[in-house]
Design a protein around this ligand. Sequence first.
Ligand code: CTP
Ligand SMILES: C[C@](O)(CO)[C@H](O)COP(=O)(O)O
Length: 235
Amino acid sequence: MTTLAILTAAGSGARLGRDLPKALVDLGGFPLVLHAARRLAGSGVVDALIVTAPGGLRDVVAELLTADAYVTVPVTVVDGGPTRQASVAAGLAAAGAGHDVVLVHDAARPLVPEDLVRRVVAAVRAGHDAVVPGLPVTDTVKQVVPGDGAELVLGTPDRAVLRAVQTPQGFTRELLERAHKAGEGRSGSELAAATDDAGLVEALGEPVHIVRGDAAAAKITTERDLRVAALELED
Ligand SMILES: Nc1ccn([C@@H]2O[C@H](COP(=O)(O)OP(=O)(O)OP(=O)(O)O)[C@@H](O)[C@H]2O)c(=O)n1
Ligand SMILES: C[C@](O)(CO)[C@H](O)COP(=O)(O)O
């Protein structure tokens, strides 16, 4: 019984707007993907890593991770796909036999606390087949539709029942593979690719459970997020 982590790092980082893929952008002296890999390995509950690399950069990513003293688990680097969902599927396809639990984590969440990784794996091992970290929503959220010049508000969902979800998301391997297989057909046709793996599990009608998330696992999307993460690293 071993746990594999798929670390998604193949995105371009269009919203960050740098001239290199986001996972290779520097945060406090190290690229985002290295921070994330160190924390997954450091959790003590991850036995192997598969990293999805941006186009043409597989060797660069492999060298970076395999040479690092803190990434103490075996690392395989594969080419990512055109969407996050396709990248996770590529990672899953490369998974060796023997892993019964799979975590999916974003390199875009470089400062994920090791405790959070352990919390997710413990919940899967305790019998929940799909587990995601979630935080309460603090803003009031409006549902909108395109309007005449300005968007039109359709309603205000009760924020008490909303959670902003993070990664790592954890699954039994059987369930994650089944969800991706089913999702393949859908994303190729009328629906956009899923923005998280739990969404694919929900589409199967299978339950997804929430564990307490952590603000430190925030996603880096914009320059501002990167500046905030740099400040947190200095603390
Ligand atoms: N084809 C893709 C797209 C995204 N990702 C990964 O999925 C995570 C979450 O994606 P996001 O934060 O949206 O990253 P980007 O797609 O790089 O950002 P943007 O949408 O701004 O281009 C990131 O770690 C990213 O590297 C991936 O592996 N393969
Ligand atoms: C998986 C994720 O990090 C959960 O919050 C998020 O959905 C990734 O989103 P993006 O659309 O790739 O930025």
